[in-house]
Structure formats: C-alpha cells, structure tokens
Design a protein around this ligand. Structure first.
Ligand SMILES: [Zn+2]
Length: 472
C-alpha cells in the first residue's frame, strides 16, 4: 500500500517497518545559529506529511529530531569556522544563549505551522557522553586517527563509503569546494571530534577523555555528523525504518553517518532514506548574501496565513525543486480561502442531507496519493474534487461529508482552516435580508448586505437561499 522512493536504490520500494505497527524515523534537524528561512521550513513541512501519512495509514510513529547546537562548521566538510561561534560573536552573545534563543524560535515556528511534534527533540550538547562513547568504540575498531586539529574517521576503512551517494572518490579531491586539511589520510575523511583551537576559549567545549586522545589531554567538541549517529543509536537502536533529510545531505552528512554507524554496529543504519529537494526563491537558491532568505515573520507581516505557505509547499512534490515567489504564495492563500469558504458551509447546510459516496472515494484517492511516495500535488487535486462535489450540492450538501473533508485537510495535510461559525446576530441579519428580498425590498436588502460585508461576511444568492462565506 505504502511505498517510497529510496535514495540508495533509486527505486520505489514497498514500505515494511521492522516492528509491525510502529515506524522509527530520524530527521536531521536545524543548526540553531540563525532564524530558519522558507527554504529550511519547507523540508520540515515535507516530513510533517510523512508522519501524517504514516499515522493515517495506521502506524504509530516514533520520531527523533536533533537540534544541532554545536560542531557544525561553515563547510559541511569540517572546515572553516563553527557556525554557532561565528553567529555568537556577531550578536555579542554566548553560544549557549544563541542556541537557546534560536531553538525557542524554531519550536515556536513548528507550533505556528502546526507541524506534528517529534516524540523526541534532542540537542547535540545533551549527548556529549554518547558521542564520546561512540568515538571510543570506533577507536577500538581501529578506524580512527588523530591529527593536529582533531580525531578523524578513516573512510578507507569503510569499503562501501562511496556507494550510498554513488560518489566518485577518485575525483572527489578535484571537485572539493575547500582545500582539505593536508594531514587527512583521505579527502573524504571527517572529524569525529575537533580540538579547541590553541589559545582560544570556546563557550562550548569538553575535556577529551584520556583513553581517546593521544598525547596531552585537550578540550574539544564533537563533529557535526557524529551527533545524528549517536542519537539514533541511543534513542532508536542500531537500525531505523526511515531517515529523512535534504538532498544536500546525501554526499557528505548522510554518507558519513552511515560510515560511522555501520562500522560500529555492523547493521544497516536505515532501511529507507528519503530526501527532499530545494525550495528556490525567485528562481535562485536561498542565500543570505542574495537577501532572499525570507522568514516566516515576513509572511505574517504581510497578513498572509502561514497555512498558505504550507499549502504552497505541498503543491509540489518533495523530490522536485519548487520556486517561492510572493505571487505564488498569494495564489496559494486564495486557494486556501476558497477551501475555507466551502468548509464553512458545514454551519449552513441542511442537517438532514445524506452523504455523497463520491466524497469518500475522492478522499480515499487523496490518501492513496500520499501513500505513493507522498504525492502531495495529486492529493490536493483529489481534495479539490471532494470540495467540488460539496459545492455543487449547495445547501443540500451533507454536513458529514464536509466534516470528513475538513478532517482530511487537517489530519492528512496539516492545514488548519478558519471554519468557525458566525454569530447569532449575524445569522439574524442574514435572515432579515432574506425576508427583505422576498418582499422585493431591495433597499433594505442591499443595506443589510453592506452591514454584513463590513463585518467581513460575504453573501452569495443561490436558488436554495443565501450562502455566506468569510471575506479575507
Ligand atoms: Zn544528521
């Protein structure tokens, strides 16, 4: 029934979890050195749909998401400054203060977007002991080595290193974005533990245990890739069902997670690897230097519902590139308002109307679309099909049908619509207007229509009577 496109096999594979009924998921979370922009958020919206689809398919989900608050260097290949340290210096804050501030902002954003909370949200700094134990065990297996700036994983000791991302290791050096540390044995080797730079006191640093370090003990901090492997092992076990992340994680971060985890446990790290493509802004990659890293707060400032942003994301498939423009967002907002105006009929329709089986069939097709590798664009088409069946029945639509569609929009797509009822006073005004129309008292009828319009209630006259919707 469920199937996913699995990155390593490049194939659609039927989904079968390790333990029947429960699915373990790990999602690489944010590095909390700045606000998340729409590109970052789009991937969390994608994985929200994964969780919702599994839940609607009858599975319990046990999901871990990390928060990287230490160790992520400017280059994903362990070179350059620490992102947290760089930002802390800029904001004249400690790395700890910065991490707390941006973690809180991330959590608030998850709430605002109605993203399902993972069962565990784990911070890298809370798993230092686990990461050190991990290094110790890798050292015992003889796959690590120490150079001036840290302890590294020797990727030549993991024969399948290139296979996950189908890397061309021979030419990796030529295409490197940065000059690799000349002390590294192989260009693809990565840091498990970095030593604090000499003569520099870092906000976040720990003693390197004596049995791990050669020579005098030094302060240090974990490499970025290690936290995910250590948390997965601790919270979910040796092998998990699904690992998610951005496509940019494939060649370095996830390749390194696999190398260190599978060397340690001898077991596959994950059975399914799902990767989301990028969101562009105005056709270009999101980048601070280009000034196109739009934040959720800017969407809110324009009085656009954040649910419209979510709907905009779902309009494209997670494995395709999407393009954010303000015009596209406004179009998604209009689409959402149109949905809400139909759902609001649940307060107006004839309560004795019977269900239309076409609605349930359309919703079953929408769920099927999600189960086929999270095909959200097709799911939206089927939801709109269901809404059309309701709309064409006017006030004879069935309230159960409307509530069924609303439940799918909310639980399946995670879109929370404004669908509250209007006040008793407003209902009375609508009735008075109907009476005025019956008496052909157009002056009163127009006057009452204007009163409601001022209260942001729009009236539509149909053969069966008036239908109200909310003016946005
Ligand atoms: Zn990760």
């Amino acid at each position: 029934m469920l199937r996913f496109y699995n990155t390593p096999s490049h194939l659609y594979e039927p989904f079968a979890p390790i333990a029947s009924g429960t699915v373990s998921i790990y999602t690489c979370g944010p590095t909390v050195y700045d606000y998340l922009h729409v590109g970052n958020w789009s991937s969390y919206v994608r994985w929200d749909i994964l969780v919702r689809t599994l839940t609607l398919s009858g599975y319990n989900v046990n999901r871990v998401m990390n928060i990287t608050d230490v160790g992520h260097l400017v280059s994903d290949e362990d070179e350059g400054q620490d992102k947290m340290v760089k930002s802390a210096l800029k904001h004249k804050k400690t790395a700890w203060e910065l991490a707390r501030y941006y973690s809180d902002d991330f959590m608030a954003g998850m709430d605002k977007l109605h993203l399902v909370q993972p069962q565990h949200i784990t911070k890298a700094t809370d798993f230092i002991d686990e990461q050190l134990t991990f290094i110790r065990e890798l050292k015992d297996k003889g796959v690590t080595y120490q150079i001036d700036d840290g302890i590294y994983f020797d990727t030549a000791k993991f024969p399948n290193y290139a296979s996950f991302a189908r890397l061309d290791l021979e030419h990796l050096k030529d295409g490197a974005r940065i000059t690799p540390n000349p002390q590294k044995r192989n260009p693809s080797d990565f840091a498990l533990w970095k030593f604090s730079p000499k003569h520099e006191k870092r906000d976040m640093e720990w003693d390197t245990p004596k049995d791990i370090v050669e020579g005098t003990s030094k302060k240090g901090f974990p490499g970025w890739h290690l936290e995910c492997s250590a948390m997965i092992l601790k919270k979910l076990g040796k092998t998990i069902d699904i690992h998610t992340g951005g496509i940019d994680h494939i060649p370095v971060h996830h390749t390194n997670e696999i190398a260190q985890s599978e060397t340690l446990t001898g077991k596959p790290l994950a059975h399914y690897w799902l990767h989301n493509n990028f969101l562009l802004v105005n056709g270009t990659k999101v980048s601070k230097s280009l000034g196109n890293s739009i934040l959720l707060s800017e969407i809110e400032k324009k009085n656009i519902d954040l649910m419209a942003f979510k709907l905009f994301v779902l309009q494209s498939h997670y494995r395709t590139e999407s393009n954010f423009t303000w015009e596209n967002l406004v179009a998604a907002n209009n689409r959402l308002n149109n949905w809400a105006s139909i759902i609001e009929r649940k307060w107006q329709v004839n309560t004795t109307s019977t269900s239309d089986s076409k609605v349930s069939v359309a919703l079953a097709s929408a769920l099927d679309a999600l189960q086929q590798d999270l095909d959200t664009p097709r799911a939206l088409i089927h939801v709109e099909e269901a809404l059309r069946y309701i709309e064409t029945r006017g006030l004879e639509a069935s309230p159960e049908d409307i509530m069924e569609v609303e439940a799918f929009i909310q639980n399946g797509l995670g879109l929370y619509l404004h669908s509250s009822d209007i006040t008793a006073g407003q209902k009375l005004t609508i009735k008075e207007r109907a009476d005025a129309r019956k008496k052909s008292d157009w002056k009163t009828s127009d006057h009452l229509r204007d009163i409601l319009k001022n209260q942001k209630i729009l009236l539509k006259d149909t053969d069966e009577g008036q239908i109200w919707s909310r003016l946005q």
